[in-house]
Design a protein around this ligand. Structure first.
Ligand SMILES: Nc1ccn([C@H]2C[C@H](O)[C@@H](COP(=O)(O)O)O2)c(=O)n1
Ligand SMILES: [Zn+2]
Length: 212
């Protein structure tokens, strides 16, 4: 065993035992890159997802379930213990076929547009709650909530809305949401990602080191 805790075997394979796991490397003993790599496996990871990024990523993952051809929105509600207590995405109400109801938005006949029927992501996340109530909770959502969802958010007792985009900020609906949030003491803040990308590539997972 050398001073780094590595064991150089006769066949020039670098063998290291970490927490009962034997890591064998085809590197020559003394290869400093390999040594650094192996030493990194002994330390706590520093590039783990922080809570806000994790929750916003859950919101975005949920949005991938949406069948809306134009806009997919996801929402994730968390409590003060950083537990997820509700998730949702925009979709047709339960029992109302999303094969039959319209997904278009341009028809001059309101009944033939999705707007009459779609449940917004925030509404679904609130309705899907798995805790007794949502008092003091935080809602993560891709788009700033509309006025109808703002009412639900307020009534549910949610205290903070973290949103990614307020691209409709000049719409009366957004202004109404902000007016109600301000009156009701619901705070809202734009999410500033620390990572530009969060990728899950199933084909690239290194099962030996369990890194993605
Ligand atoms: N905060 C939001 C904003 C929008 N949505 C949903 C509702 C519709 O399915 C769609 C909006 O349609 P668009 O006019 O953008 O094609 O997005 C939501 O769930 N939450
Ligand atoms: Zn809404």
């Amino acid at each position: 065993m050398n001073t780094d805790g590595f064991e150089a075997s006769d066949d020039k394979t670098l063998n290291v035992t970490l927490n009962g796991l034997r890591i064998e490397d085809e590197a020559e003993a003394g290869d400093s890159n390999q040594a650094t790599k192996i030493r990194d496996l002994e330390k706590k990871r520093e590039d783990y997802l922080e809570w806000p990024e994790y929750f916003m990523a859950v919101a975005f993952l949920s949005a991938m379930r949406s069948k809306d051809p134009c806009t997919q929105v996801g929402a994730c509600i968390t409590d003060s213990n950083n537990r997820i207590v509700g998730v949702g995405y925009n979709g047709m109400p339960i029992g109302c076929s999303d094969e039959i109801l319209p997904w278009g938005k341009t028809s001059l006949k309101p009944l033939e547009t999705k707007y009459m029927y779609v449940c917004h992501a925030e509404m679904n996340a609130i309705m899907n709650k798995n805790s007794a109530d949502l008092k003091g909770c935080t809602l993560y959502v891709a788009l700033f909530p509309c006025n109808e969802c703002a009412k639900l958010i307020i009534q549910a007792g949610i205290k903070l809305v973290v949103y990614m985009s307020d691209k409709h900020k000049n719409k009366p609906s957004t202004e109404a949401s902000k007016l109600m949030f301000n009156m009701a003491g619901v705070k809202y803040q734009q999410f500033v990602p620390k990572k530009s990308k969060i990728v899950i590539d199933f084909e690239e997972i290194d099962w030996n080191n369990m890194s993605v």
